[in-house]
Unconditional design. Structure first.
Length: 271
């Protein structure tokens, strides 16, 4: 998870600076690369009454989805930014964690049925909107924004950055690739000739909701991360245990305490 947030901060933190230096046309190109997910916003609006209430005023919850490449197949990370931006909590959701998914509208019409299934199945069934509903149903945490980083884009970014041991999607898990990216990014970003290609690939790998799909919005997110004190960012994974069938399920009451802390805009304790 640290590699994921480092990658987001590196890429988004440099976008406006570089674009400003290269000119308005470059700024427009990078901004145009970022895809806007209006469909998920419409689908979520249809189920607005079934979604949890907003968390503490001033805080923000951003669900970063892998689309097959973030921490394994279709995993997720919830980034909670506290009111005042003095601290943040990142919660990893493994793709194979068993969750109860509510019925979700499908982007092409119809609805996927409510199910008890692995978290990663929600994205495949109904895209980002269904993943958000599954996360909200499990945690009671209202998602304010979402961002999808596609697996193919991560591998293109690996090639653009250079210094990555392997960019073969058939062999690498998302977490392994991200660790390689973290090692190679520093070297790649120090070469101006390669910087344009890296940032072009990075922005082309992102799909976000309308409130987050612009360079200024991503730059603000990166600034919130950079502005945190040294001990202001806490990483957690949903506490899990194996059920009788050997499947990973949320471990109570530890998972409940973690989710309650985020809803109340508190720094969570150890799980």
């Amino acid at each position: 998870m640290r590699s994921v947030l480092r990658w987001v901060a590196i890429c988004t933190g440099l976008l406006l600076v570089v674009a400003a230096g290269l000119g308005w046309a470059t700024y427009r190109k990078f901004s145009g690369n970022i895809r806007t997910d209006r469909a998920s916003a419409r689908l979520l609006a249809q189920d607005a009454r079934q979604r949890p209430p907003a968390t503490a005023p001033g805080s923000r919850n951003i669900l970063m989805l892998g689309g097959g490449g973030l921490g394994g197949a279709d995993g997720a990370i919830l980034l909670h930014l506290s009111a005042g931006r003095h601290r943040a909590t990142a919660i990893g959701v493994p793709s194979d964690l068993m969750v109860r998914t509510p019925a979700c509208p499908r982007p092409g019409g119809g609805r996927s049925p409510a199910a008890y299934e692995r978290f990663g199945a929600a994205f495949r069934a109904g895209g980002a909107a269904c993943s958000i509903r599954a996360f909200e149903h499990m945690t009671g945490i209202r998602v304010d924004h979402h961002l999808v980083v596609d697996a193919e884009g991560l591998h293109r970014l690996a090639a653009a950055v250079g210094g990555v041991n392997s960019a073969d999607a058939a062999r690498d898990r998302g977490g392994d690739l991200l660790r390689d990216l973290a090692r190679g990014a520093g070297s790649g970003l120090r070469h101006p000739a390669r910087l344009y290609g890296i940032l072009n690939t990075a922005t082309s790998s992102i799909t976000a909701d309308p409130g987050l799909s612009s360079l200024p919005a991503l730059y603000e997110l990166a600034g919130s991360l950079r502005g945190l004190p040294a001990d202001g960012l806490v990483f957690r994974t949903v506490p899990a245990t194996a059920d009788r069938a050997g499947r990973d399920v949320p471990r109570e009451p530890a998972a409940g305490r973690l989710f309650a802390a985020v809803r109340a805009d508190r720094q969570p304790g150890a799980t």
